[in-house]
Design a protein around this ligand. Structure first.
Ligand code: GLN
Length: 203
């Protein structure tokens, strides 16, 4: 398939949906806006129309899982991700991908660092991104990858804390809680690529 560069959407024209039923969605919105990209806060099913990528933020995965079902968004989100919609899931968002939507073939352990004293910051590589400041807040980690195509992006203290599978990125930590926008930028590269392939296919 050839990519028609002429029609390729510029980053500024991309529309990123941010699940905004609960949790740290405002911080992701700010990160995207700092990168010059417009966002739509996803609060009901029709907000999912015409987005080029979606962010599932941190928060409480049980609450978020219940709300996306109650708001009748569960299958639409699941189908879109299975069809290739790029997704960045952070912390609770990772748990949603792995244990609720089951689009990301990994097992996660919730509150893996303990509930109360489980918050910490450390620097580690995330794929090609060197020395990234990671903020962990009652974080899960990944105990098992269930598909050979799951790429491990990051390991902290022998535990997997970042993976990529197709257009899905799942992270145990919170890139939206730092000023370092390299992970959001990397996600936008995936979104840009996906959107140009999609446009090319429908041309
Ligand atoms: N402990 C939360 C959960 O299990 C995740 C914490 C977070 O997103 N910071 O859903």
């Amino acid at each position: 398939m050839s990519i028609n560069l002429h029609d390729k959407k510029e980053k500024q024209e991309l529309k990123i949906g941010i699940l905004a039923v609960q949790g740290a969605f405002v911080e992701h919105k700010k990160a995207m806006e700092d990168l010059g990209v417009s966002c739509v806060l996803i609060r009901n099913k029709k907000d999912l129309d015409s987005i080029d990528g979606i962010i599932l933020p941190g928060g409480e995965s049980t609450v978020q899982g219940k709300l996306i079902r109650a708001l009748d968004m569960f299958s639409t989100i699941q189908n879109k991700i299975n069809e290739g919609l790029p997704v960045l899931g952070t912390c609770a968002g990772l748990i949603l991908l792995a244990s609720h939507l089951e689009t990301l073939p990994v097992s996660v352990k919730r509150n893996a660092y303990g509930r109360q004293l489980g918050s910490f910051v450390t620097n580690e590589n995330v794929g090609n991104i060197k020395d990234y400041p990671m903020v962990f807040i009652r974080a899960p980690y990944i105990t098992e990858t269930k598909n050979d195509a799951v790429e491990i992006l990051s390991i902290v203290d022998k535990n997997i804390v970042g993976v990529k599978f197709g257009n899905q990125i799942g992270l145990s930590f919170h890139p939206e809680m730092t000023d370092d926008l390299r992970i959001h930028k990397e996600f936008l590269n995936i979104v840009e690529e996906y959107s140009s392939i999609k446009q090319d296919a429908s041309a």
